[in-house]
Design a protein around this ligand. Structure first.
Ligand code: GDP
Ligand code: MN
Length: 379
């Protein structure tokens, strides 16, 4: 689950990170009023679950309330990376003298939270990561001890030469780590971490993503979910009880069980294809779930073939077959299906599918190879 910037800022502020004040609004009227209350120049910032808002025109400076209103009129309703802006954050504009990057992610390789910092923060951090990775400094944190003061200070020296700023940055890093752990986050980043015109270190942007599996343990964080701001396909999947992650390829995958879904994606890649998604319809699927899954997969225009890979254990093959037939009736399927189905009620499933004009394979390799080929030929 992703948090909005204003929510992440509030968590950082509660942890003691210096963050400018600010208020969230959903109409130009409110923005004008907040800007008048602030009384100085403000920044109006799109609240959507994606980075790159600055480059997309979703972050605007305004000298007075009238300008703030005009900025809000432009930003509210705009689309950034497919997401519609429904809220903006209005905050006093900071005067920036430098922009750094500070972030923590869960790193699989070291199996630890890894703190990353760079003196070259701001809107081009991705470019720094690819073109000058030596300008990004990393430290794997031992969760038994947390981020120790000397470790934070040594990374602070990578950002600043002024000792006061080094100390401030070190404190920010330690508090960011606390916020990261307390939120059950998989990512917590500040980009940019600025120095302002008085030389003070301030967090100007905040991003926190929380592992959905943490939410039962963190009810206060779970409450921060803003369904209206989620990607429509991921929201539809969650409401249907499906585990779905959109990817960039063209082979739509509909699989029962997370392990088999992973194996299927590996095999798609092995045969030279690219999966369009990860989708686990779950152990005890019913036909409606299959219908929902197909709806979600077919809304992605990049999908050129849909691969069903069903290993019937608790999942009954006939349920899946009925779901496919029902979906084919409800939706106009323009993309070819390749179905691989074995296990519980396999014979019945094959009969249901064949009666409806589909065919089913039992061999996984054969099915994956076929789906990849269809997608490649259509691309
Ligand atoms: P992102 O593009 O989605 O990461 O949004 P950010 O909040 O990081 O803003 C993008 C850029 O806008 C920052 O790197 C700053 O250069 C600029 N910016 C954001 N807030 C302010 C502000 O208060 N004052 C000034 N001068 N620039 C700002
Ligand atoms: Mn940013």
């Amino acid at each position: 689950m992703n948090l909005h910037e204003y929510q992440a800022r509030a968590l950082l502020k509660a942890a003691g990170v210096p963050v400018p004040d600010g208020d969230v609004a959903s109409t130009p009227d409110e923005v004008e009023r907040i800007a008048a209350d602030i009384g100085t120049g403000v920044v109006v910032k799109a609240q959507v679950h994606t980075g790159g808002r600055g480059k997309a025109g979703g972050v605007k400076l305004a000298a007075d309330p009238a300008e703030a209103r005009a900025a809000a009129e432009q930003i509210l309703g705009m689309t950034i990376k497919g997401l519609t802006v429904r809220k903006v954050l209005v905050a006093p504009a900071a005067k920036i003298t430098s922009e750094s990057y500070v972030g923590i992610i869960v790193d699989r390789e070291s199996q630890r939270p890894v703190l990353m910092v760079s003196p070259e923060g701001g809107v081009d951090i991705e470019e720094v990561a690819t073109k000058a990775p030596e300008k990004i400094y990393k430290l794997a944190i031992d969760p038994r001890f947390g981020l120790l003061p000397f470790q934070a200070a040594s990374l602070g020296f990578k950002l600043y030469s002024d000792i006061k700023q080094v100390r401030q940055a070190a404190v920010v890093m330690q508090r960011l780590y606390t916020a990261f752990i307390d939120a059950g986050a998989s990512l917590a980043e500040i980009n940019p971490l600025i120095t302002d015109d008085e030389g003070t270190v301030v967090a100007l942007d905040a991003k926190i993503s929380v592992d959905d599996n943490e939410l039962d343990r963190k009810p206060a964080i779970a409450q921060l979910r803003d369904s209206s701001a989620e990607a429509p396909s991921e929201l539809a999947a969650r409401e249907a009880g499906l585990t779905f992650i959109k990817l960039d390829g063209n082979v739509g995958c509909c699989v029962n069980g997370a392990g088999l879904a992973m194996a299927t994606m590996d095999l798609v890649k092995y045969y030279g294809g690219e999966p369009a998604n990860f989708l686990d319809i779950g152990g005890s699927s019913n036909p409606e779930k299959v219908v929902e899954a197909l709806k979600i997969i077919t809304t992605d225009p990049h999908v050129k073939a849909i691969l069903f890979n069903i290993f019937g254990g608790i999942t009954r093959g006939d349920d899946v077959a009925n779901g496919i037939v029902a979906a084919a009736k409800q939706l106009t399927l323009e993309v070819p299906l390749v179905i691989r189905l074995t296990g519980t009620n396999e014979e019945l499933a094959v009969k249901i599918l064949e009666d409806a004009g589909f065919s089913a394979l039992t061999d996984m390799d054969e099915a994956v190879e076929q789906a990849v080929k269809i997608a490649q030929e259509a691309a």
